[in-house]
Design a protein around this ligand. Structure first.
Ligand SMILES: NC(=O)c1ccc[n+]([C@@H]2O[C@H](COP(=O)([O-])OP(=O)(O)OC[C@H]3O[C@@H](n4cnc5c(N)ncnc54)[C@H](O)[C@@H]3O)[C@@H](O)[C@H]2O)c1
Ligand SMILES: [Fe+2]
Length: 384
């Protein structure tokens, strides 16, 4: 696999060993004292050792600093503490390293560097957020695509809900997609994060906004996930599959500039109320969400089916949907993502809170069809 360079929309270096370009690229981005933002789970991994090596080791005289205070489903104080570390060490840029959680915190810290008094809950996304501290994003999961996204998903202290902080200023200045950073990701997380990427591609493609470029990217993202995810799941060391999943995840996030849908609105409260991993939450709701949309908009999933390799071009609309949804159901089952919410600790007593938060979540407002509170309740019951 050789290195390839492309930029849609973020300058991205892709390939095995791409990390070795960090040392020469950082000064070009004006970064001489980077703060590496990550979560503690990554510190003992081979991925982190690769990063430390690429940055010149961890010995005396090193010129990079570590903030490892990111929680899974990150919370507002993670961002505040990261900004504090940045100031304390006199840093001049961010290297956000990890899954979506670390990337989102790394990106958002720059908001508090520019405006230390900012309250994230009252994020003025219309303001001028240009000129944020430079940021390099390096994903170690292949799912969220946060590295190429314009948003950070942070749970606010005041509301205990996930807020999507959104501004083009949050885009990273450079992205490194090195498959060797993801080879140590355990199979369960490989499957769950990959399902997040798949959900991004399916939901962004079926969201009704006009964006043929994103539609094309979403469908090719589906194809890549369907081919590569089972391989990466079965053999974590398969560098080609790992690489294709990294690209598919980035494509999912590029595509969801268009927006997302009902599955993400079901998933977000499952993280905040019940602590579920974001990708797992999407995986467990995806089929129910697709059935719900297909019933109201027959034929919605025909092209998704074609991207999956199914011959559904000539089928009647409802049949094309049925075959596609069945395929996705079997695909997820092959990744052992066919469990029910109650197996992950979700209880019937939590349904009311879940529905309330799902209704407030913005993603379903761009769903292929409208969704009511009664629909959310029914959908949660189906997957409970
Ligand atoms: N900004 C966006 O556009 C966007 C999009 C989707 C999701 N998100 C957010 O991203 C978060 C989820 O991110 P995620 O699914 O990547 O999970 P994550 O970042 O929470 O990581 C999950 C776990 O995987 C571990 N891990 C990561 N890489 C590893 C590796 N290479 N080897 C071993 N362990 C590794 C981490 O230590 C952590 O324990 C959620 O908060 C979600 O809301 C953001
Ligand atoms: Fe997602």
């Amino acid at each position: 696999m050789s290195l390839a360079s492309f930029s849609f929309p973020t300058r991205t270096l892709y390939g095995i060993g791409a990390r070795r370009e960090l040392e020469s690229q950082l000064p070009r981005l004006g970064i001489r004292r980077p703060l590496v933002v990550t979560d503690p789970g990554l510190l003992p991994t081979q991925a982190f050792a690769y990063l430390a090596e690429a940055l010149g080791g961890g010995g005396q005289g090193r010129s990079w600093f570590l903030f490892d205070g990111v929680h899974p489903n990150p919370v507002e104080p993670d961002v505040t503490a990261g900004a504090e570390a940045y100031r304390q060490h006199g840093c001049d840029g961010i290297i956000a390293f990890g899954g979506g959680s670390a990337l989102d915190v790394g990106k958002a810290i720059r908001l508090l560097i520019k405006r230390p008094d900012l309250k994230l809950g009252a994020f003025p996304w219309d303001d001028d957020w240009s000129g944020l501290a430079p940021c390099v994003c390096i994903p170690t999961t292949a799912g969220t695509g946060s590295e190429v996204g314009r948003s950070s998903v942070i749970t606010l202290t005041a509301t205990k809900r996930k807020a999507v902080l959104f501004t083009p200023g949050l885009l990273a200045n450079w992205v490194v997609l090195d498959p060797e950073f993801t080879t140590g990701l355990p199979p369960k997380l490989t499957a769950a994060t990959g399902a997040d990427a798949l959900t991004h591609c399916i939901e962004s493609y079926t969201c009704p906004a006009f964006h043929p470029m994103c539609d094309g990217i979403a469908l090719e993202g589906v194809r890549l996930v369907i081919e590569a995810l089972p391989k990466a799941y079965r053999n974590g060391a398969d560098l080609e599959a790992r690489g294709h999943m990294l690209v598919a995840a980035a494509m999912g996030a590029v595509a969801f500039q268009k927006d997302l849908g009902v599955v993400h609105s079901l998933a977000h409260p499952l993280s905040t109320v019940c602590g579920l991993h974001h990708g797992l939450a999407n995986a467990l709701c995806l089929v129910a969400g697709m059935k719900f949309c297909a019933q109201r908009k027959p034929g919605l999933y025909r092209r998704v089916g074609i991207a999956c390799g199914l011959e559904v071009m000539q089928c009647p609309p409802a049949e094309a949907d049925r075959l596609t949804i069945e395929f996705i159901e079997t695909f997820l089952a092959g990744l052992e993502l066919n469990t029910r919410l109650r197996e992950h600790g979700v209880t019937p007593e939590q349904l009311e809170a879940l529905v309330a938060q799902a209704m407030d979540d913005p993603c379903h407002q761009t769903n292929a069809v409208p969704v009511t509170a009664a629909d959310f309740l029914q959908l949660y019951r189906e997957v409970l």
